[in-house]
Design a protein around this ligand. Structure first.
Ligand code: MG
Length: 270
């Protein structure tokens, strides 16, 4: 039997565990090392893809489960699923899926009037890089998708796309640069709740984020934390009786909150 961890840490990446500008965990890095030594899983909850998470997880020393494509699936590296069922194979991972297959997202976008939208699937890595600000290498990983599709509006309004998406069993999320077509049954909170119940063994949970697209999963953890955004503010519009607003921006706030909250209730050495 896998030992039950003393706590679980669910975290957004961009602007939370990773600095918005440098993409580095900075002051959070030594805290990650301590959590790893204490057997506390740090579980990314991200809009990123399976392909993007491979090198990123390795760079951060995160080898446990993670939640990809805005709650579309929980992925477990080999040997890490703890016997949870039912899972399906996905590359070198096993997965529990809430989202719909990428081919269905593409088929829906193809059903819209010609020229209405342009998705990652219509772009090569060079174009995706130009439109996102990612490097060509990063963009090549971002366009390898399993579930959801980022897209730009090319003509017409978003409301018609939203209505057609709802008819077809999808919903549209609004990101910084792109809209995201996702399955109607997926959200980050649902994936985090599933992992807590099915894999977490009742361990207490901490969740950290920086923006409204994190609220879904911050709502389901025991202790939600908002870190400051690069402009020094906390995301507005989230209320919770145990919410901590960290002083630090991004990873500085992440490190501060984990060190302040975890020792008291998880047995982690301060
Ligand atoms: Mg973020």
């Amino acid at each position: 039997m896998r030992p039950v961890p003393s706590a679980l840490v669910f975290t957004d990446l961009d602007g939370t565990l990773l600095d918005h500008g440098t993409y580095d965990p900075g002051p959070a890095r030594p805290v990650l090392v301590r959590l790893r030594a204490s057997g506390v899983p740090v579980i990314p909850v991200t809009s990123k893809t399976r392909a993007e998470m491979g090198p990123l997880g390795a760079a951060l020393g995160l080898d446990g489960p993670f939640i990809v494509e805005n709650g579309a699936a929980v992925l477990f590296p080999e040997g890490m699923d703890g016997g949870v069922e039912p899972l399906e194979p996905l590359g070198r991972f096993t997965a529990f899926r809430f989202g719909r297959p990428y081919s269905e997202a593409r088929a829906f976008l193809a059903s819209l009037p010609a020229g209405a939208v342009r998705g990652f699937g219509d772009m090569d890595a060079a174009e995706a890089a130009r439109r996102t600000g990612l490097t060509a290498g990063e963009a090549a990983l971002a366009i390898q998708r399993d579930f959801t599709e980022p897209f730009l509006l090319e003509g017409g309004g978003i409301e018609r796309v939203r209505a057609a998406a709802a008819e077809a069993g999808f919903k549209v999320l609004e990101g910084g640069r792109f809209f995201h077509l996702v399955g109607e049954g997926q959200d980050k909170g649902r994936a985090v709740a599933w992992l807590m119940q099915r894999w977490g063994g009742g361990a207490p949970t901490l969740g950290l984020g920086d923006s409204p697209n994190d609220f879904d999963f911050l709502r389901v953890v025991d202790r939600p934390v908002l870190v400051r955004r690069p402009d020094g503010r906390h995301a507005a519009g989230f209320d919770h009786p145990r919410l901590m607003r960290a002083e630090g921006v991004g990873p500085a706030g992440w490190a501060e909150a984990v060190l302040q909250l975890l020792p008291g209730w998880s047995g982690i050495e301060a």
